[in-house]
Design a protein around this ligand. Structure first.
Ligand code: SF4
Length: 144
């Protein structure tokens, strides 16, 4: 039986990114040959529209959009929904888009909308890990 792996939908070519675009990566798509890829977009699952204001995680853990609105509750909801799907499909691993306030793992933008980065993870990556789902960024898939 093929392993089910959660994948950020934008990496698979779904236009769910904040700007209405995607971040399609052929090397992620090609994993379909060996695995069942389960596409998820935590921000859409959390009830946010596409396109939407860019948002970044702040140093205090909250998520603010560029207009200064606190959108943490949407991100929390999206993380919970993604975890639910992960459990439903028995996923042990997730390949998530790097640096996102939802999907980023280990390194994220620092909350100043300046392109600077800090150590930390997005809300979904954090929750999945807490529940034993191993998170890998798209540049780390050669080790999958
Ligand atoms: Fe991609 Fe994750 Fe952002 Fe959705 S929330 S657009 S899947 S990085």
């Amino acid at each position: 039986k093929r392993e089910n792996i959660l994948v950020s939908a934008c990496l698979l070519g779904v236009n769910c990114r904040y700007d209405g675009g995607n971040g399609k990566r052929e090397e992620v798509l090609s994993l379909m040959e060996h695995y069942n890829l389960i596409p998820v977009c935590p921000e859409q699952l959390g009830g946010l529209m596409t396109p939407r204001e860019p948002a970044e995680r702040q140093r205090d853990g909250l998520v603010m959009n560029q207009q200064g609105q606190d959108v943490t509750s949407f991100f929390k909801e999206g993380a919970n929904e993604t975890l639910k799907i992960g459990k439903l499909y028995g996923c042990k691993r997730a390949i998530l888009k790097e640096r996102s306030p939802s999907c980023g793992h280990g390194v994220i933008y620092d909350g100043t909308f300046s392109g600077s980065k800090i150590e930390g993870s997005g809300m979904t990556a954090e929750l999945l890990e807490k529940h034993g789902i191993q998170v890998t960024g798209e540049s780390g898939i050669n080790v999958i």
